[in-house]
Design a protein around this ligand. Structure first.
Ligand SMILES: [Fe+2]
Ligand SMILES: [Fe+2]
Length: 488
């Protein structure tokens, strides 16, 4: 043992000397941070890229002072003093830091409050360099929809979370690289307090190490989800605030936009959208788009602008895989019915189906995920189904197997990105609004464009590399109830 220890110590001291400031007699280690780690009430990562990340937090779970800085580094035992980064505080009391100049595909540890050490729970791994795969070759994406039940006596979202954790442990022991939310993230009215109960209190460990990328649902606009307004300034809470009331000090009246720090300028790849309401980003070899099917889509001019941005964004994208998320599903017979325009509230279902699905299909999107219906519904590999459910013609609108029936995407019927007709023009549409509650089915259930419809709690996991993508529906026990494969 002794003969091993001595050379190690010599090496360590040489490394320290090599890192010193250049004076030959300086043999001290670089100074480390000297603050105190704080456990915020909410702590989450935003906009993780190859070279940067945003860390955002609010509150102190121990009732002490708010943290005002972050220290970070690659050695959890010694976060260097020069890494200390002061937070910016928003009007709603959120603190955030942008850490930039990071190395790609590198694990960093951080301390909110600026302590000199950190633990594995407070770490993140930067994205691979643009277009490259992660070191292990696999990108894992976790998607939950309509998960925002939160609060006392509402454990279902936690069950779904635990199902994913079990799946992840049993399948490569690999956590998620990305965490996507499909809207209705905080029932009933998307208040700040509801976001606390439904997001920050439910997924604290995941949020401390995995970037969250959300989209806007109808409940993010208050009014128990019945708003048809087109501006975030029209956010309104009905009643006396029994669900937490409006934000105490909003910098915009919509808590979703106060809380999340989303790209507007193509910060993490993709084309600048100019608004946090919809955006895109890249991770490794996958391009992900989050559309606003609640606000922008209801106004003629805003919808046209978003659609044009989507075309331009997808035209500029050359990555292997493309995934789009939004809240209102084009094909559903769950708790919402894509054949019925419910008093204008569900008009976005029609707008998505009639105006957006043709763009997805023409511009190479592979997968589209929505929520809103509290159910799991997964389509065939589709093209051109823009009408009501009774217009669905599998012979012309779905990829077919050798027997002339719609392909399942499973086993020998795995989909290929370049379909039988020689073009990348097909999309699998999934409704995954089953992340926190189930709410029955509509007349005509199941929708004929779906391969599988299942009224069961769960979430979606996507595993992808350069050649193969597998999407799995994972239940609360970590069991896979549906999966399909697309190969390139
Ligand atoms: Fe919902
Ligand atoms: Fe919804």
């Amino acid at each position: 043992m002794k003969s091993h220890l001595i050379p190690l110590l010599v090496v360590a001291s040489l490394v320290v000397a090599g890192c010193a400031d250049g004076s030959s007699n300086n043999r001290k280690a670089a100074a480390t941070c000297e603050g105190t780690q704080v456990q915020p009430e909410r702590l989450f990562l935003q906009q993780l890229g190859s070279n940067s990340v945003v860390i955002k937090w609010r509150g102190n779970a121990d009732s002490g002072a708010e943290a005002d800085s972050v220290c970070f580094g690659t050695d959890m035992a010694a976060l260097p003093a020069e890494s200390q980064t002061e937070a910016t505080v928003t009007a709603t009391g959120h603190s955030e830091v942008l850490l930039s100049g990071l190395e790609p595909a590198t694990t960093y540890y951080y301390s909110v409050g600026g302590a000199g050490t950190a633990d594995a729970a407070h770490s993140f791994r930067t994205a691979p360099a643009a277009g490259e795969l992660p070191e292990d070759g696999n990108t894992r994406i976790w998607i939950v929809g309509d998960s925002g039940v939160g609060g006392t006596g509402k454990p279902e979202a936690g069950f779904v979370r635990d199902g994913f954790t079990t799946f992840a442990r049993n399948n490569g022991d690999e956590p998620a690289d990305l965490f996507l939310m499909l809207g209705d993230n905080a029932y009933d009215q998307g208040t700040d307090l509801e976001h606390q109960r439904a997001i920050f209190d439910v997924y604290p460990e995941i949020l401390a190490s995995t970037p969250l990328w959300p989209t806007i649902g109808n409940h993010e606009m208050g009014t128990f989800g019945i708003s048809v307004d087109t501006s975030p300034d029209d956010y309104a809470v009905i009643g006396s605030g029994s669900n937490g009331g409006p934000d105490p000090a909003p910098d915009s009246p919509m808590p979703y936009l106060n809380i999340f720090t989303l790209p507007t300028d193509g910060e993490i790849g993709g084309l600048a959208s100019g608004t946090e309401q919809y955006y895109s980003f890249d991770y490794a070899n996958v391009h992900i788009v989050s559309l606003d099917s609640q606000l922008a889509i209801r106004d003629t001019d805003s919808r046209a602008a978003m659609l044009q941005w989507l075309k331009d964004d997808l035209s500029a994208n050359a990555l292997d895989w493309t995934i789009v998320i939004f809240h209102h599903p084009p094909y559903t017979k769950g708790s919402h019915d894509s054949d019925i325009e419910l008093a204008g509230i569900d008009q976005p279902i029609f707008a998505i189906r009639e105006e957006f699905t043709p763009v997805f299909e023409q511009y190479g999107v592979d997968l589209a995920y929505a929520g809103h219906s509290h159910i799991y519904e997964r389509s065939y590999y589709l093209n051109g189904h823009t009408g009501l459910s009774d217009t669905f013609d599998p012979a012309t609108m779905a990829e077919l197997n050798d027997a002339g029936a719609p392909s399942s995407g499973q086993g020998a019927e795995a989909y290929t990105q370049i379909a039988r007709n020689g073009t990348d023009d097909k999309v699998v549409y999934t409704v995954a609004g089953n992340g926190g509650k189930l709410s029955g089915t509509s007349q005509g259930y199941p929708h004929p464009a779906h391969f599988l419809s299942q009224l069961q709690l769960g979430s979606v996991v996507i595993d992808l590399d350069a050649e193969r993508l597998e999407a799995s529906f994972v239940d609360v026990n970590g069991a896979v109830l549906d999966s399909f494969v697309i190969t390139r």
